[in-house]
Design a protein around this ligand. Sequence first.
Ligand code: PLP
Length: 428
Amino acid sequence: MGYGALAIGGVDCRDAVAEFGSPLFVLDEADVRERARRYRDAYHEAGARMVYYAAKAFISTAVARWVSEEGLGIDVASGGELAVALRAGVPGELILMHGNNKSMAEIEVAIAGGVGRIVIDSFDEIVRVADAASRAGVVQPVLVRVTVGVEAHTHEFIATAHEDQKFGLSISSGVADEAVRRIVKLPSLEFAGIHSHIGSQIFDAAGFEVAAARVVGLARRLMAEQGVEVSELNLGGGMGIAYTESDDPLDVAEMARQIGAVVTRECTAAGISRPALAFEPGRAIIGPAGITLYEVGTVKPVELDGGVVRSYVSVDGGMSDNIRTALYDADYTVVLASRISTAEPMLSRVVGKHCESGDIVVRDAWLPADIVPGDLLAVAATGAYCRSMASNYNYLPRPAVISVRDGACSTVLRRETLDDLLALDPGA
Ligand SMILES: *Cc1c(COP(=O)(O)O)cnc(C)c1O
């Protein structure tokens, strides 16, 4: 390993790029596994029967195997994600299926695969899942996804009375109660519990506390009015991670403890027995364990008002491999990865190669002033929602994902080729 270059999992990033090309997603397998274990242990300690890894953050057969070997189930939100989990050999009963518009084909594949939980998101779907289960001759356990009127983001959450969004069935208007009433009448469905997911990048337990209180209120009402017990309460995912130094999420065990405690307290107050809990972290398992390596192509100083100079550092990817900056105004940490520099820091903006001025990877960064074409940059915490949201904008083939462990690399997803893309076009 050469002096001065960034290493991850014992692999020099220059060697990884030399072998697999750039841009390159690199996942630290040991880190993913450790996070999975930490979440499983902390949330089981807090009363969970199951912690599912949310596949939409990033899924491949390798990742599905790692997290299931560490004791997590898998939450899928489409037939495609389900196919990867099944192909990885994840047992159906450890899979939970989401989606506000699952196709009949997706529902049938889920039922045939023995998926342990299907999360119901509409009245239409109650009938569809019941029909499919009945045709397959099984009783399908389902959860009802509810909206609790809490929108959480980082350390802020908003509690509202009305829920103007596509997901879930409203508690406050009694729609959720009606869904349960219909489900318990259908012999091919088993009402397994309630599901609530309040948002993402949540840094403390406050939003979960309000959500838990509202869901427990529903559970009490279901018992009182319908004699139906809620035996499972899935509080979703959304546990936040640090993208930059200013992000300060609550410790995993402490977050789990606080959420578990509030559910216990609310259930005691409501006079109902405490349901088993379930959770679905995605970003928190895979996000910090991944980085993106890019090669610098051009460096362009641009004079701003007042004479300040900003360097536009263009890399060989951009919004096609990381849409989060453009989509959510997300912030990232970026460093020079291929060598050590003692040059002064310069105000920089790391941008991609797409035909779009919003094609920004890191809006404001301080990079060494001697950055030149050919240098490698590493953007931290890109394991979640980067490759999984990647596109082929400008006909860019999507980057490879490799894993590193004890100094060795292996391919998680190979790089797309131009031939892969051209193969979709039947030609003239
Ligand atoms: C997105 C999502 C998750 C995972 O969210 P993270 O922020 O990655 O933890 C879990 N459950 C549901 C229903 C989701 O939509």
